[in-house]
Design a protein around this ligand. Sequence first.
Ligand SMILES: NC(=O)C1=CN([C@@H]2O[C@H](COP(=O)(O)OP(=O)(O)OC[C@H]3O[C@@H](n4cnc5c(N)ncnc54)[C@H](O)[C@@H]3O)[C@@H](O)[C@H]2O)C=CC1
Ligand SMILES: CC(=O)C(=O)O
Length: 351
Amino acid sequence: MQKSASTSSLGPGGLDLSQAFFKPIQNTAPPSSTNRNSKISVIGAGNVGMAIAQTILTQDLVDELALVDAKPDKLRGEMLDLQHAAAFLPRTKILASVDYSATVGSDLCIVTAGARQVAGESRLNLLQRNVALFRDIIPPLVKYSPDCILLIVSNPVDVLTYVAWKLSGLPSNRVVGSGTNLDSSRFRFLIADHLDVNAQDVQAYIVGEHGDSSVALWSSISVGGVPVLSFLKKQQIAYEKETLEKIHKAVVDSAYEVISLKGYTSWAIGYSAANLARSILRDQRKIHPVSVLAKGFYGINSNYDVFLSLPALLGRGGVLGVTDVHLTDEEASRLRESAKTIAEVQSQLGL
Ligand SMILES: NC(=O)C1=CN([C@@H]2O[C@H](COP(=O)(O)OP(=O)(O)OC[C@H]3O[C@@H](n4cnc5c(N)ncnc54)[C@H](O)[C@@H]3O)[C@@H](O)[C@H]2O)C=CC1
Ligand SMILES: CC(=O)C(=O)O
């Protein structure tokens, strides 16, 4: 890690040790202006923010990482703790401040600040508390990084992505919610476990709300390129709809179970958000189920300014497009219901 804002290369008597230690090379060209440093800011240094920060560091995604939180001691403690891992990590400058000026020039701002669920509480229950926080968080982020992409993680993530879009004034392709990228990983894990294969070979999407009304796209699941349901039908292998529903229910219940056991979820969302950060900053043009402005897609009412998860192509420009996965009538109707649920919640916000 580089020097942080809190440390200095000045030795006793004001001697610049870096100058004393290295003899400068003469006649060097200035760094290429196109090779600008990349920067991620993480807002909220709680369980989720720190899991994301540490995953980003281990994956060597950026040159600079800024942390912002409302609690200065906790924030400084987290910054120092990460900086002390410098000898084991790729070189990244780590900053931390309660002041949003630390985020200046960010390419990607990841918002995790806010209240979290207690055992048994739904994500939607957090709404009013977190909307109030977003009024303090989003405007300064955009002021200091007008060209950034916003990645929203705080819950309820779909509605808060809409709130962030409204408060930021950014075009919708630059405001993304982590959405069901995490639910889809849980889904792939459970299917892989069921079939005893590697989850990375399972292509499967959960779309819609990150939460109780999410929709499992069973019709498009494939394992190693083999479409699972049509394969079973062709082979005349009977499967019970109940088994499928049980797996989807296990996905929906996952967060509740982890929260009741350890109080919060963190590691999986850490990997999920870092995975999205990679696709965006490294222009991977990968398809992820994430929360995007969904009106007009898959028959979703074009009067609903709702954000919910659809399989979206992500790259350096943010959301580059939405893919047209085949949905059965039942899946499409469940997705529209999920959109309606979110639109009803949003209509009470008065934004
Ligand atoms: N979208 C997803 O898949 C997931 C979302 N979450 C959500 O992430 C959020 C954070 O969860 P945790 O990290 O477990 O909570 P936490 O309580 O550990 O951390 C929240 C942090 O936000 C900070 N904060 C509060 N107000 C702030 C402000 N105005 N400015 C800056 N920082 C502020 C707090 O000081 C605290 O450090 C919750 O809303 C939770 O529901 C959690 C897991 C998965
Ligand atoms: C808390 C939450 O949203 C999750 O782990 O899915």
